[in-house]
Design a protein around this ligand. Structure first.
Ligand SMILES: [Zn+2]
Length: 286
């Protein structure tokens, strides 16, 4: 039987509604049109029996990670539900996580063994990963490499903010992980085809990290083009100007291009989906 306890916390940050021009050539900064007092609600749902002490520990961990993530990536324009499932038999603090999304409901589920010290939960990448997913609408399986690469890349950026890693450590982890899967992409086939085949063989890390390389390359191009923005700042602005349910991948890429006043994202996506894998930037340049 499932025991469900729900506690509601309200965040201290009001939503900002921002109007931006639709024109690509408009050089004016976004104008804050109005500010409302509507607040984002965070709800914690305990799907199994947890002691009061364990509940407090889980809530502290996720509310702190969620606040840090949304300070970096922007306040999500919806209420968020965090569900906890108990996995006593595991030797890890966090064993599994996933998100459940509809147009009106956004939740992340965590499968945890709640007996560890609080710091063990913060060291894990799962919560930063699942919370990062919420920064864009759910995308179809055909672009799983992109959807998972986005959360894989941003989870480590969030972990810099939570103090788990330095920027240098994250850069070297990212490069090492992409180098480790490089040989799987030494082929003249295109990424959508290769990614489908890797997924069917359950080779998920290769798919996640080739996806993460997209965002590492985008980060580099934002710098080369001297946009004065990093990718997290683009995502942060996306929350207030553009994040809507039912957005397609093209809508997201176009919004990021508009925000950065470049064509970095649509150009790179075109490369990643149409070029032979052996000619992709991380394979030929890194
Ligand atoms: Zn994921």
């Amino acid at each position: 039987m499932t025991h469900m306890f729900s506690r509601i916390r309200k965040s201290a940050f009001p939503f900002l509604f921002v109007l931006v021009s639709c024109s690509n050539n408009d050089t004016q900064l976004p104008v804050v049109e109005s500010e409302t007092e509507r607040e984002q609600k965070t709800t914690f749902v305990f799907e199994d029996e947890f002691s009061d002490e364990e509940k407090t520990k889980m809530e502290n961990w996720i509310s702190s990670t969620s606040e840090t993530a949304q300070k970096l990536l922007g306040r999500f324009p919806f209420d968020v539900y965090y569900h906890f499932h108990r996995e006593d038999s595991t030797e890890a603090a966090v064993i599994f996580g996933h998100t459940v999304r509809t147009d009106t409901m956004h939740s992340a589920h965590f499968y945890v063994n709640p007996v560890f010290e609080e710091e063990e939960y913060f060291k894990d990448w799962m919560a930063p990963h699942e919370i990062s997913h919420l920064a864009i609408p759910k995308l179809p399986k055909t672009v799983l490499w992109f959807y998972e690469g986005f959360a894989t890349y941003l989870s480590r950026q969030v972990m810099i903010e939570t103090g788990i890693y330095s920027k240098q450590e994250v850069d070297s982890i990212n490069f090492a992980r992409v180098l480790a899967i490089k040989d799987k992409f030494q082929t003249t086939s295109t990424l959508p085809f290769v990614a489908d085949s890797l997924i069917s063989q359950h080779q998920y890390p290769a798919v996640y990290w080739i996806g993460a390389s997209f965002f590492m390359e985008a980060e580099k191009r934002l710098q080369i083009k001297q946009t004065g923005m990093n990718f997290c700042q683009v995502v942060n602005q996306f929350q207030s100007c553009c994040h809507q349910p039912k957005m397609k991948i093209d809508d997201i890429l176009n919004a990021w291009d508009d925000i950065s006043k470049t064509t970095v994202f649509t150009d790179l996506f075109d490369e990643y989906t149409n070029k032979p894998c052996c000619e992709l930037p991380p394979i030929i340049n890194w």
